[in-house]
Design a binder for this molecule. Structure first.
Ligand SMILES: Nc1ncnc2c1ncn2[C@@H]1O[C@H](COP(=O)(O)OP(=O)(O)O)[C@@H](O)[C@H]1O
Ligand SMILES: [Mg+2]
Length: 258
């Protein structure tokens, strides 16, 4: 049998995430034994339990699981939006959980790009201004450089002709592309994407994810895309499956093809 052969899911249990992480020793992102418990009054929700995963620089991976399985909680912790109850997260050597509030704000602005389910654009700013806005939040580049970068991103994303339109004048797919441009604007190490296609039809969804994959690859970024849509994993390098807060296994997208 060919070593590359991957039997079809679910016959193939894939790799155990902790074991898999052990074989990615040089990973840019390391999530180790991370748990999140939401407490309100007497009730506790174990949203994420002992998650361990490693993602290499330049990889675009999927986090696949049903609604309520802990996907958003996990990537929110990875992006420094939410602190883990226990465990550690390191991005290029930075221990995210050890950062102060102020450091976390800078970490999010400079090192992470977020793309959410709803594009969350500023409604009264044009597509171009939505990109420029994030670069005013951190001043690593000059105004002139920011303008050139925004224009280049809009061009790459097929939005040059829509640059002066406000979100209301854009289609759902266009809005999501603006959100991708915004996430790339600050040249972050890590791109985190939460259900980017939830509000789009399949064809548009595919276009958006394909574009996202291309940008991440071309720019040598690291990306994690949360999805519950099996059809979107083919654009990724590896798939981490999550169920009831537990990362269950890691596999090649081709193992999930149907
Ligand atoms: N702020 C919160 N407080 C309490 N429980 C929460 C909170 N956010 C999410 N949960 C619960 O944690 C679990 C995981 O949620 P979430 O991470 O949003 O899953 P997913 O993104 O996979 O749909 C669910 O049971 C959800 O109800
Ligand atoms: Mg979610």
């Amino acid at each position: 049998m060919n070593d590359d052969f991957v039997p079809a899911h679910p016959q193939d249990p894939g790799l155990d995430p902790a074991q898999d992480a052990g074989s990615h020793a040089d990973a840019i992102l390391k999530v180790e034994d991370v748990s999140k418990i939401y407490r309100s009054g007497d009730t506790e929700v174990h949203a994420v339990s002992s998650a361990t995963m490693a993602v290499d620089q330049g990889e675009f991976v999927a986090l696949l699981g049903p609604s309520g399985s802990g996907k958003t909680t996990l990537i929110s912790m990875i992006g420094g939006l939410l602190s883990p109850t226990t465990g550690s997260i390191t991005l290029a050597g930075t221990d995210v959980a050890a950062l102060s509030k102020r450091e976390l704000t800078a970490f999010r602005a400079e090192r992470v790009g977020f793309v959410f389910q709803a594009a969350n654009l500023v409604p009264f700013l044009t597509a171009r201004e939505n990109l420029l806005y994030v670069s005013t939040l951190q001043k690593r580049i000059s105004r002139k450089e920011a303008h050139a970068r925004a224009d280049q991103l809009l061009e790459e994303l097929g939005l040059a002709a829509r640059a002066k339109n406000v979100p209301e004048q854009l289609s759902g797919g266009e809005r999501q592309r603006v959100a991708i441009g915004r996430a790339l604007m600050n040249d972050p190490d890590l791109i985190l994407v939460d259900e980017p296609t939830a509000a789009l039809d399949t064809k548009l969804g595919r276009q958006v994810v394909e574009l996202l994959a291309r940008e991440i690859k071309q720019r040598g970024k690291t990306g994690i895309m949360v999805t519950h849509d099996l059809r979107m994993v083919e654009y990724t390098d590896r798939v981490f499956e999550i169920l009831d807060g537990h990362l269950t296994h890691v596999e090649q997208p081709s193992a999930l093809a149907h």
